[in-house]
Design a protein. Structure first.
Lengths: 249, 128
């Protein structure tokens, strides 16, 4: 053990020379004779506290035994007040008012009261608006809507069925307007240059622009009736052009 | 009053709807084309009844193509045009026979030539 203490002191010296240098003194002090009779002092103080508590919460013996009876008998002994006395206590002013009926009603006032009131109100007859007409309108509206849908859809179906026939009929009718090649010629002659140009432009293909661009002598181009009367009009025309060009070459 | 109004409105609505469908009338130049093809193919009335609905849908298809592909690739459009014409050939053949089905396309081209001739004649007449 001695070795241990010296070791510890040595270590302390290296760690903190200041602490090691402090003298070993007890810094706490106790009053003189503090521990003599300490236990009795503590016990008496505890006892005194208990005694005080007991005294403050004491109840007379038998206090609760007949408590309810005593309260009830006290209430019973008190004489109850009449209504008048009570009013007298609460509001003396009301109490001293005369007990009289202040409102009077003429004799037989209530006998025909309702009739008299109704007589006074000159009842005008209000305009009677029944709910039926509104319903009827809606009925008609619904019927009209349904009828409309049915007619439209049936017409639609009808049109679809006869669509082909209609188209054919309209085409045939159109063709009938220009029945002969002469009439056709006249029709074509009546077309304006603008109209033709627009149509050719609108329906043109790359393949047949040549005829437009080339400055061929159009007077020799087959006419409408040439095409219609002679199956080989175009071929003949082309052949003639070819033979011409070969001749000139 | 309300109900009568409603019925009237509905009736007018349906009538205008129906009339709107019938309202298209072909241009004169288109009518002449129809007449030209009729005479060129020498269509009988029985043939015409079968032929024109088919031709109508053929023509519509071509018109739609022209309307939708105005600025498209030129050669591709030509190809599509050719596809449509090829597609309808069997239908035309069924109604008119092979030779006259061929003439349908010839007639179209010839009508164009007739128009071109007409146009040039008018121009030359103006120059003189």
């Amino acid at each position: 053990m001695k070795n241990n203490t010296s070791d510890i002191i040595n270590e302390l010296k290296t760690v903190s020379p200041f602490l090691a240098g402090i003298e070993k003194v007890n810094v706490f002090k106790v009053p003189k004779d503090y521990f003599i009779d300490l236990d009795t002092k503590i016990l008496t103080s505890v006892f005194l506290q208990q005694v005080e508590k007991n005294e403050s919460q004491q109840v007379p013996t038998g206090y609760f035994d007949s408590l309810s009876d005593r309260i009830l008998s006290k209430i019973k002994n008190e004489t109850p007040l009449t209504a008048i006395d009570e009013i007298k206590q609460i509001s003396p002013a009301l109490h001293y008012l005369k007990e009289e009926q202040v409102f009077t009603v003429p004799e037989n006032y209530f006998d025909n009261l309702s009739d008299r009131i109704l007589d006074k109100i000159h009842l005008k007859k209000a305009k009677v608006i029944s709910l039926n007409p509104v319903k009827k309108v809606w009925k008609y509206a619904a019927a009209a809507v349904i009828a409309g849908i049915v007619t439209i859809s049936s017409l639609q179906i009808f049109n679809q069925k006869t669509g082909k026939e209609k188209i054919a009929a309209s085409y045939i009718q159109v063709a009938r307007q220009y029945k002969t090649p002469q009439k056709l010629d006249e029709g074509i002659a009546s077309l304006s240059a603008d109209e033709i140009a627009k149509y050719l432009e609108k329906t043109g293909t790359v393949l047949d622009e040549d005829a437009l661009v080339k400055d061929t002598d159009t007077t020799n181009l087959p006419s409408t009736s040439d095409y219609l009367t002679d199956e080989n009009a175009l071929d003949n025309f082309l052949n003639s052009i070819n033979s011409k060009s070969t001749n000139t070459q | 009053m309300k109900k009568y109004l409603l019925i009237l409105i509905l009736m007018f609505g349906s009538f205008s709807f129906v009339f709107a469908q019938n309202g298209q009338r072909a241009e004169k130049i288109q009518e002449l084309k129809i007449a030209f093809i009729t005479q060129k193919l020498q269509l009988t009335s029985a043939e015409a009844e079968k032929f024109w609905p088919v031709y109508n849908s053929y023509d519509n298809e071509i018109r739609q193509l022209r309307a939708s592909n105005k600025n498209g690739d030129v050669l591709e459009n030509e190809q599509k045009l050719l596809d449509i014409r090829k597609k309808y050939k069997p239908s035309f053949e069924q109604i008119l026979g092979a030779q006259r089905a061929n003439d349908v396309y010839n007639a179209e081209r010839e009508y164009r030539n007739v128009l071109i001739r007409q146009l040039k004649e008018q121009r030359q007449a103006r120059q003189k």
